[in-house]
Design a protein around this ligand. Structure first.
Ligand SMILES: CCCCCCCCCCCCC/C=C/C(=O)SCCNC(=O)CCNC(=O)[C@H](O)C(C)(C)COP(=O)(O)OP(=O)(O)OC[C@H]1O[C@@H](n2cnc3c(N)ncnc32)[C@H](O)[C@@H]1OP(=O)(O)O
Length: 716
């Protein structure tokens, strides 16, 4: 709702009230319409200030309402009515003015903000465009170039930047409502025509800026509808009178609003928040488990991952002991890490935290810290050695975490004096940049240890997801069948480019083979050797450990082609470390020779089959993970894939996508592919998927409840 009060000196104050962010729900919109009418009718009122309760102006349209029928007064006429008022109206912006919140402020005649406020039009991130006049008013206020940037990226900007751009009339460090009241008193009686943005001309698109922008957004977010519609709306602003521009805005919004992409992106918004409210099968959860405060931490191992983790910790102001026992590596890291810290702080607009990192080659130096993150080479015997050492060196009560990407956390916990204080903290490279953190709890991890790791992730700006302890955890466990199918497709006739193109067309920033070249092909090779799947003495057949196996990636590694780092992998590069992937005749000759050796006849494989085989195998493993209670719900899996594995956000995540495709269809296609490839267990449809289809394929939001019920009745 919105409350009305009349302040001394003829100023009406309208306060939006809808905790926590004063989103523009039907009740709030109705409240605004009523209170603006009241101010208009009250002869004693000469000016109006609109503010938000509890230090937040407005977080935009109420996203929760998008799922149902639209009730209450619509936003566009409501904002027009405010703009048309013949008494000055000012928005007093504290906290946030985002989306519809900023569009409301653009309908006011003046905008005053607190210096700490954040402003933006993030609708594009929800699959929409600023459809309450924002796409037409903003370019009239700040020009096309700046409006294009804000609307197509959805980025939040500071009050200082908004003032510079001309969005704000004044910024204050004091009470923003008091300042706005003083402001409107001062301007009362002045003409308002030039303050009504809808009446101003829009700067024309002189140098095809918008055409270039269209090319750019299509490249940047392949397959995403909203960025394209945002540019189209700005094209309308630049070429049409305001009223027609508004019609175009409405038309584009309607298309977006009804698209699966908007539903996917809104689901992604909420799943990011759902995963923060973690719960474990034991009943421990975010609201009954206290996190420990951490001010001193240590990182063991200063390879690529360790260095990134040191920077991520240091940026929070935590003091870090960075330990590396190999002198050469230590010397390199002590040069590289401060530079990385400075760069990342600069990128985030922060001051570089001074003197928070100390380097050491001595494990003894971690004795005083509260939490240690081990980031040594992915080798269980080495990690066990480090954990044995840590448990004897650290003071009792120190949390011991491992950055393993898939090894058994329980085995590490077993060699320590306090297994309850051991958890996995699986970062993604580069660790100071990537948003995802898998927090892995073993059977003995205490709620306090999980809460502390989750909280620490949040402090580092990560999306932290609590996952169970199984080989590969959630993300890498699902990656395995995906990679496996990609290799089988090469055996059957596809090229790396064909597979990658199908996946990139779907929206992945990189296809599976380009991604493997980037990560290094030796990573998987080593894991397969440790699992006894390849290496000396292992027979070179296409069936290993009782299931279909493709030796292709092993043979590529054996040829010395380890990906970008060697300048050759599934593609060729300009040289070691090269970034631009080019098709390599060697790979095509190699594939032909391989198929001939194994009597395989290459067939033409359609992009649809590539997507089905790779994505449905991955999704099927997601169902197995839910069934095994290794993830609390589909949102956890989807957040992991969106934030850690480049799953296109406009497809919501693998489990959401399964729901959109239709669970019946996924089941039917998996059955089909499993029938054709009975020696591939990953294609065998999971019991949970079958059960969901059997009960009528409920929406993804209902799966968690269904799984819990099934578990109680031992159906899973
Ligand atoms: C048939 C066709 C018809 C077509 C036309 C239909 C018309 C439909 C209307 C269309 C209008 C289009 C124009 C306007 C669009 C919009 O405004 S879309 C919304 C834009 N706003 C945002 O994207 C902001 C989203 N929120 C945030 O970024 C952050 O929440 C925050 C505001 C910066 C605060 O961050 P933080 O303090 O970290 O808190 P959070 O944990 O993120 O959030 C706290 C809780 O608040 C909930 N929430 C936040 N924003 C909204 C919102 N806009 N609507 C509803 N709920 C919101 C969030 O989910 C958290 O909830 P809990 O998890 O339950 O605590």
């Amino acid at each position: 709702m919105a409350t009305y009060s009349r302040l001394p000196g003829s100023v009406a104050l309208i306060t939006l009230q809808n905790p926590p962010v004063n989103a523009l729900s039907a009740a709030v919109r109705q409240g605004i319409v009523d209170t603006v009418q009241r101010a208009l009718k009250d002869p004693k009122v000469t000016s109006v200030v609109i503010c938000g309760q509890n230090g937040k102006f407005c977080g935009g349209a109420d996203i929760r309402e998008f799922a149902g029928p639209m009730l209450g007064p619509p936003l566009v006429p409501m904002i027009h009515a405010i703009e048309a008022v013949d008494k000055p109206v000012a928005a007093a912006i504290e906290g946030v003015a985002l989306g519809g919140g900023l569009e409301l402020a653009l309908g006011c005649h003046y905008r005053i903000a607190h210096s700490k406020a954040l402003l933006g039009l993030p609708e594009v991130t929800l699959g929409l465009l600023p459809g309450a006049g924002g796409s037409q008013r903003l370019p009239r206020l700040i020009g096309l170039t700046a409006a294009l940037d804000l609307i197509t990226t959805g980025r939040h900007i500071s009050a200082a930047e908004a003032l510079k751009l001309g969005i704000l009339d004044q910024v204050t460090d004091n009470n923003v409502v008091d300042q706005a009241v003083e402001f409107v008193r001062r301007v009362a009686g002045q003409p308002l025509d030039s303050r009504r943005l809808s009446t101003l001309p829009c700067p024309p698109d002189v140098d095809s800026l918008l055409d270039k922008a269209m090319v750019k957004v299509r490249q940047r977010s392949r397959g995403a509808l909203a960025p394209v519609a945002c540019v189209q709306a700005l094209m309308a602003a630049a070429s049409l009178p305001y009223t027609q521009g508004m019609e175009k805005e409405r038309e584009l919004l309607t298309t977006l609003f009804n698209s699966g992409q908007a539903r996917a992106l809104q689901y992604a918004f909420f799943s990011q928040r759902v995963v923060g409210k973690w719960s474990l099968p034991s009943g421990a959860s975010w609201d009954n488990s206290a996190a420990r405060p951490i001010s001193k931490a240590a990182v063991i191992g200063l390879g690529t991952m360790g260095r990134g983790i040191v920077v991520a910790l240091a940026l929070t102001g935590i003091s870090v002991v960075a330990v590396e026992t190999q002198e050469k590596q230590l010397a390199e890291a002590s040069q590289a890490v401060p530079a990385m810290l400075q760069r990342e702080a600069g990128r985030r607009g922060l001051a570089t935290p001074p003197g928070v990192i100390s380097f050491s080659s001595n494990l003894q130096d971690v004795s005083e810290v509260e939490l240690v993150i081990e980031a040594v080479f992915e080798d269980m015997s080495l990690k066990l050695q480090v954990f044995r050492h840590l448990t004897s060196v650290c003071r009792p009560g120190t949390l011991l975490c491992s950055n393993t990407s898939g090894l058994d956390i329980d085995q590490l916990a077993a060699v320590t004096q306090s297994p309850g204080l051991v958890v996995g903290m699986h970062f993604f490279a580069p660790a100071h940049v990537m948003k995802l953190l898998e927090v892995v709890y073993g059977p003995r991890s205490s709620p306090e240890a999980v809460a502390t790791a989750m909280q620490l992730g949040k402090r580092m700006g990560k999306v932290s997801v609590a996952v169970g302890n199984c080989p590969g955890f959630v993300g890498n466990r699902m990656l395995k069948p995906y990679l496996e199918q990609a290799n089988f497709l090469l055996e059957e006739g596809a090229t790396p480019q064909q597979v990658d193109e199908a996946l990139e067309e779907f929206g992945f920033p990189m296809g599976v083979f380009r991604m493997s070249d980037l990560s290094g092909l030796d990573v998987g090779w080593r894991i397969r050797k440790e699992a006894g799947l390849t290496g000396p003495g292992v027979e070179s057949t296409r069936t290993r450990q009782g299931r279909r196996y493709s030796p292709l990636p092993d043979q590529v590694c054996e040829a010395g082609r380890l990906g970008q780092k060697t300048g050759r992998g599934w593609y060729q590069y300009d040289g070691p470390g090269g970034r631009v992937a080019r098709s390599d005749p060697w790979v095509h000759i190699f594939l032909e020779a391989y198929r001939a050796e194994h009597d395989l006849v290459a067939r033409s494989i359609a992009p649809e089959e590539i997507l089905e085989r790779c994505l449905y195998a991955l999704i099927n493993e997601g169902f197995n993970i839910l069934q095994d209670a290794m993830a609390a719900g589909p949102e956890d899996i989807d957040a992991i894939y969106v934030f850690g594995y480049g799953w296109p956000r406009h497809h919501g995540g693998p489990m959401f996508h399964a729901g959109q495709v239709g669970l019946g269809r996924i089941l039917e296609r998996l059955q089909h592919h499993h029938h054709n490839h009975p020696d591939v267990p990953h294609l065998k449809p999971s019991t949970l998927l079958r059960r969901l289809v059997a009960v009528g394929s409920p929406p993804v939001q209902k799966w968690r409840e269904f799984i819990n019920k099934e578990r109680v009745h031992s159906q899973l």
